[in-house]
Write a protein that binds this ligand. Structure first.
Ligand SMILES: Cc1cc2nc3c(=O)[nH]c(=O)nc-3n(C[C@H](O)[C@H](O)[C@H](O)COP(=O)(O)OP(=O)(O)OC[C@H]3O[C@@H](n4cnc5c(N)ncnc54)[C@H](O)[C@@H]3O)c2cc1C
Length: 519
């Protein structure tokens, strides 16, 4: 069977529409040749419905004709140029009066700058009117005693079933502006006092006191990836890093039915806690040496702690009595206050006999390193008492008789002496004022002519001082659960939060309210 080519099909189809079923005589396709096209004539009369007849010279026929005119190139050309007429208003007068605008860089940007200012002002107005600042957002203080400031949990370490270390960072940074300028007065870490913060449980509006520690967890890429545990370090304030951005740690014990302790320990990293403070729980007695000398701050490496060179000489030259030593009785989380004092700037200057009682070893595992270093620096002696080891529990031998205080400040005399004459009381008041305002000029500062032993660091110095026997304590502080405080120093008056008389084991050894404090 032979198939027709495309043209053939067309022709066949064309023919088929002509007559019903009539096939063309042959399947040859006639293609119009060029001769037929050029000799095409428009029929003047076609049908009744055709347009009006055209004469022989009509436009279409004329256009179909070939141009037989020969091409003769010209030898010379006449060039013509056209001047555009001047624009309206561009004459000599208008050019002089309507000078064109000078577009400088500033004139181009000023509208944009003005628009930006208007937008910023608008946004600020909306913020101020419709979104008032959160508590503490614009505060000049890291902590305020009458306002709760938000803190973010930045790390949480579970020590055992009930004990946690919780690292907190302030949510807002506005306080830092005023802090940097007056750092010495504003720093919260001052070992001259024991202070706490109130932590709020916002759902039930219950508040409990907790003792912040100047500690933070040093993080790195290894700790973030989980390869290593972050290292617990002391806030040292080296360089410009004042108080490490307000970081602090809480050592918290979770009680099974404890409202706030359960609330704190149930929080995760990134959650918020509201803190109020600082609440000064106890201020250490005044001593004039504080005006002349500051004890070097504790550091993570004891070899980095500066020695107290020339201290003996200072005492001698000013005929000052030595600083009092202290007994600190702590149970459980009650160890936090003495750690706060010893790890802060301006730590306690006397020697501390620390009696630490706990249910079992390991409750303060991450903090043991610091106590060990403090012992090496000859600042502390730690006595451990564990319920799980009956041989170690607190007993009579752990309570000594009080040694009379070497220095009684006028304030302490006033507090202890109740039967003073009016004249003596007035003299004492003046002395209190004078004592607190004693300028270093009245006391003699270090003299370079008198040479004493020089030490490389505090560790080297401690090797020498630890050989000297320690004087007994003149001050006792007790901190722990109510039952413990009652056993050591007698009941605290819970209703009024007053000290109450000194009883218990310390009472038996003749300690009294002038030299004992229950936290
Ligand atoms: C100045 C100060 C500083 C403090 N510092 C810290 C600190 O650094 N870390 C810390 O964990 N706690 C500290 N506390 C204790 C803390 O304030 C809470 O009392 C404790 O966390 C329990 O509160 P809660 O709301 O969880 O328990 P609550 O709901 O008050 O009590 C639940 C149960 O626990 C018992 N309970 C409450 N407190 C104690 C306690 N201290 N010892 C034994 N049983 C108790 C109650 O009798 C009750 O049966 C400090 C207290 C004071 C006054």
């Amino acid at each position: 069977m032979c198939r027709p080519v495309y043209g053939q099909w067309r022709a066949i189809r064309f023919e088929s529409t002509k007559k019903n079923g009539e096939k063309p005589e042959n399947n040859e396709v006639s293609t119009p040749n060029s001769h037929e096209v050029s000799s095409f004539k428009v029929k003047l009369t076609t049908s009744a419905s055709a347009p009006a007849p055209m004469d022989g010279n009509s436009a279409v026929q004329h256009l179909m004709k070939k141009n037989n005119k020969p091409y003769i190139p010209r030898t010379s050309h006449e060039r013509l140029s056209y001047e555009y007429p001047g624009l309206p208003n561009v004459d000599d007068f208008n050019v002089k009066t309507n000078k064109p605008k000078v577009v400088s860089r500033w004139s181009r940007y000023i509208p944009k700058i003005l628009t930006a200012i208007v937008f910023a002002w608008g946004a600020y107005t909306v913020k101020v009117w419709f979104f008032p600042p959160e508590d503490g957002e614009d505060s000049k203080e890291l902590l305020a005693p009458h306002q709760f400031h938000p803190f973010i949990i930045t790390h949480k370490q579970q020590i055992d079933d009930d004990h946690y270390l919780v690292e907190l960072m302030p949510k807002f940074k506005h306080w830092q502006y005023s802090y940097y300028a007056h750092y010495d007065q504003k720093s919260i870490w001052n070992g001259d006092r024991i202070w706490s913060v109130d932590v709020m449980h916002p759902q039930i509006m219950v508040v409990r006191a907790y003792t912040p520690l100047p500690l933070y967890f040093m993080k790195s890429e290894y700790t973030r990836s989980g390869e290593k545990e972050p290292l617990l370090r002391v806030v040292n304030n080296d360089g410009d890093d004042y108080d490490k951005g307000g970081v602090m740690c809480l050592y918290v014990k979770k009680y099974g039915d404890g409202e706030v302790s359960r609330y704190i320990t149930s929080k995760e990293v990134g959650d918020e806690l509201k803190l109020r403070g600082p609440n000064v729980e106890y201020k250490f007695p005044y001593h004039p040496i504080k005006k002349l000398h500051e004890r070097p701050i504790f550091r993570d490496l004891p070899s980095k702690v500066e020695p107290e060179t020339g201290l003996e000489k200072l005492y001698r030259r000013n005929k000052l009595p030595p600083f009092d030593n202290m007994n600190f009785y702590a149970a459980g989380t009650g160890i936090a206050p003495i750690l706060q004092v010893l790890l802060s700037k301006n730590p306690y200057r006397g020697f501390v006999d620390l009696h630490y009682s706990a249910q079992k070893p390991g409750e303060i595992k991450p903090l043991e390193r610091f106590l060990f270093f403090l012992e090496k620096l000859d600042r502390v002696k730690v006595h451990h008492h564990y319920d799980s080891d009956k041989k170690t529990v607190l007993s009579n031998k752990d309570f000594t008789k009080p040694v009379p205080s070497e220095y009684l400040s006028p304030l302490r005399i006033e507090q202890t002496e109740s039967n003073l004459s009016e004249e003596d009381a007035l003299k004492l008041r003046l002395l209190i004022l004078k004592d607190e305002e004693t300028t270093p000029k009245e006391l003699t500062e270090d003299s370079t002519t008198e040479r004493g032993p020089r030490y490389e660091n505090a560790l080297e110095q401690a090797r020498e001082t630890s050989k000297i026997p320690k004087k007994g304590a003149s001050l006792s502080i007790v901190c722990g659960p109510d039952g413990y405080v009652s056993y050591v120093a007698g009941d605290k008056l819970a209703a009024t939060n007053e000290q109450g008389p000194i009883g218990g084991k310390l009472g038996e050894k003749n300690w009294d309210n002038t030299n004992t404090f229950k936290l």
